[in-house]
Design a protein around this ligand. Structure first.
Ligand code: G6P
Length: 509
């Protein structure tokens, strides 16, 4: 077992045993100051951990765990551009895209390159604004899709209205077919976003879009591989840079966010970065016990390793954040879905929970039954917004009442004479409450999750910035493609061979 795993078990096991039969409702009853003392405010963001299943002593142990795992030092190393992504021998300097909180040459250089790229991006935004273009298609997948897609959707109240922004992602040709059907190629610009410019889906969809546009005049690219983008037919003046020191799932703050800037304007984009920078400064400087991302991370480790909870739900009570769970699935599960340390050792304890979720109140009418009465306890992050951006006050009151009601019901439960109508309760949740959803608060919210993920990776002793687990399937798909296309090539796996025979036999001629 690794030192990291041993530290977690040794620190948390006594408290897990002590609190084995503890109930959240009793913890709240026993500690009048808990609702306030287990909460903190960072600017326009309030977070309450009062409905987690730990008490003050366990919370102190979590803070001590963060200290023993040297979380503050790990954040300093991240911001300074240390090689935190050891398997790819790279720093992970997404923070340099929005903050200047380090004096190292590498971090300053990254920050300067990011600023320079933003100037070029602003010029391209201005050119497009002055053109006839009405529609933008962002072609990308994974980190080159989920972040921009989330932000454009979440900030629809802040859109300039100048462009309609669309996202083309899936290699399934029906995505291109339907996405492009209602657009006019003469008034559409496409941005091919790919860090590597080697991603099958994006290259195939990019080729479809390039042909559909009938030329490269309105074809743009964002990539860390500029030569490949140019070889694809994108004019050099329309290629914006990216760098290997930014992970795809941490990249929306770079030119990968070109579509965001087109949707909300450069001012909106800068405000998004400023919100992330607020959270960067907080994450780097606040003591562990008052540090929101670190407490969020430690709570995650408590739920995973002390309580053994295998999944985690993200439940935004705001329709504009409906895409947040999908975005976080990549951020969290690609970053923390590891069982081997950088030294090649098995971690020895559970790491990432399965992350899932959906917006409230919709999900109350679908999967909440299982949250309330299912056999598994699912810890959740509930996210609410105090001030809406619409005039429908009764709707908003109903939304907030439901949000409060659900966290209360999950924690406290209810006993009825009929066991089928009883609620076990004791289901933990964190509540994140934004004063309002705007570019700045959204930037802070996303950066909170980024930093929580990094802190969890440090606690578990794993690399948050690589994703070797996605490669095998890609390689096999590449090998199978000729067979699927009808070539007579040897396929070793007997089940795959039978499935291919079935596909070939059923295929319409
Ligand atoms: O931006 P790209 O190089 O096209 O990569 C797009 C995506 O592809 C990969 O499969 C990775 O798992 C993702 O982390 C990445 O975001």
């Amino acid at each position: 077992m690794t030192t990291a795993a041993r530290r977690i078990i040794d620190t948390l096991a006594p408290h897990a045993r002590r609190l084995d039969s503890a109930r959240i409702a009793d913890l709240v009853d026993a500690d009048a100051a808990r609702p306030h003392d287990f909460a903190l405010r960072i600017g326009g963001l309030y977070a309450s951990f009062a409905r987690q299943r730990f008490d003050r002593d366990a919370r102190d142990a979590l803070v001590a765990l963060g200290d023993a795992a040297a979380l503050p030092q790990a954040f300093r190393a991240l911001f300074d551009g240390a090689i935190v992504n050891t398997s790819e021998n790279r720093p992970a300097l997404h923070v340099a895209l929005r903050s200047a909180l380090s004096d190292t040459a590498i971090a300053r250089d990254a920050h300067a390159q990011a600023a320079e790229a933003r100037v070029r991006m602003a010029e391209l935004v201005a050119q497009l604004e002055a053109s006839d273009v009405t529609d933008i298609v962002n072609v990308g997948i994974g980190g080159s899709d989920l972040g921009p897609r989330l932000v454009v959707d979440a900030l629809k109240d802040f859109g300039t209205g100048r462009f309609r922004v669309h996202f083309l992602t899936n290699v399934d040709g029906s995505d291109a077919q339907h996405r492009l059907a209602r657009l006019d190629p003469a008034k559409t610009a496409a941005i091919l976003v790919s860090k590597t410019f080697g991603t099958q889906e994006t290259l195939l969809n990019g080729a479809v879009v390039r042909d559909w546009l009938g030329g490269s005049e309105r074809l743009y690219a964002v990539s860390a591989n500029v030569p490949r983008a140019e070889a694809f037919g994108v004019a050099p003046e329309r290629v914006l840079p990216m760098w290997d020191w930014v992970g795809g799932r941490y990249s929306l703050w770079s030119a990968v966010g070109f579509s965001i800037a087109l949707a909300v304007g450069m001012d909106g984009f800068e405000a998004l970065l400023a919100g992330a920078a607020d959270m960067d400064a907080h994450a780097l400087q606040a003591p562990i016990g008052e540090n929101l991302p670190l407490l969020h991370a430690l709570t995650g480790v408590w739920n995973r390793n002390a309580l053994g909870l295998a999944t985690h739900a993200v439940l935004p009570y705001d329709e504009r954040l409906a895409l947040l769970p999908a975005y976080l699935q990549q951020l969290v599960m690609e970053s923390l879905g590891k069982s081997i340390t950088p030294d090649g050792e098995a971690v020895g304890i559970d790491t990432v929970p399965v992350l899932w979720g959906g917006p409230g109140t919709n999900s109350q009418h679908s999967f909440f039954q299982a949250l309330h009465q299912g056999t598994q306890t699912v810890p959740a992050d509930f996210i609410g917004v105090v001030n809406p951006a619409h005039p429908h006050a009764d709707n908003h009151a109903a939304l907030l009442s439901n949000l409060l009601a659900q966290t209360e019901a999950l924690a406290n439960g209810y006993s009825a004479d009929d066991a089928q109508k009883s609620y076990p309760g004791n289901r933990p949740s964190t509540l994140l409450l934004l004063d309002r959803l705007d570019p700045r608060s959204l930037g802070a919210l996303i950066a909170l999750y980024e930093h929580s993920v990094y802190a969890q990776s440090v606690l578990w002793g794993i690399n948050a910035f690589d994703q070797w687990g996605v490669e095998l399937g890609k390689r096999i798909a590449g090998e199978l493609m000729p067979a699927v296309q009808g070539d007579d090539v040897a396929v070793a796996d007997p089940v795959t061979r039978a499935l291919l025979d079935e596909i070939r036999a059923r295929r319409a001629r």
